[in-house]
Design a protein around this ligand. Structure first.
Ligand SMILES: [Zn+2]
Length: 108
């Protein structure tokens, strides 16, 4: 079986300003709001021709207001700066949380 693990839980930890995530294979991790906002994968943040999602430091201390499921493959996050068009695919979130991924070096 090569079934990709799916995100089964995502809830905000407002006092830590981070998002806690749990996957179907038992993996769990937390990502700070700044990290998530900075890695917003939408074309508006990344440019239409970006090959790999880059970290773009958010301007202000953003807060995640709501988390919405998108189909069964992603979540979207409504940010306090009014931005909500980013679709965070499960495998992308997992990549952000996984040591040794290519994105890790860029984490703040
Ligand atoms: Zn964006």
């Amino acid at each position: 079986m090569t079934t990709e693990p799916v995100l089964t839980e995502a809830h905000r930890l407002p006092e830590k300003r981070s998002l806690r995530m749990v996957w179907s294979d038992g993996f769990s991790a937390e990502l700070g709001y700044e990290t998530l906002r900075g890695y917003c994968p939408c074309a508006g943040c990344q440019g239409h021709w970006a090959e790999e999602v880059q970290y773009r430091a958010p301007e202000v201390g953003v807060e995640a207001l709501t988390i919405e499921p998108v189909g069964n493959y992603a979540i979207s996050i409504q940010w306090s700066d009014g931005h909500a068009t980013g679709i965070y695919r499960f495998e992308f979130l997992r990549q952000l949380c996984t040591p040794g991924s290519s994105l890790e070096e860029a984490l703040p």
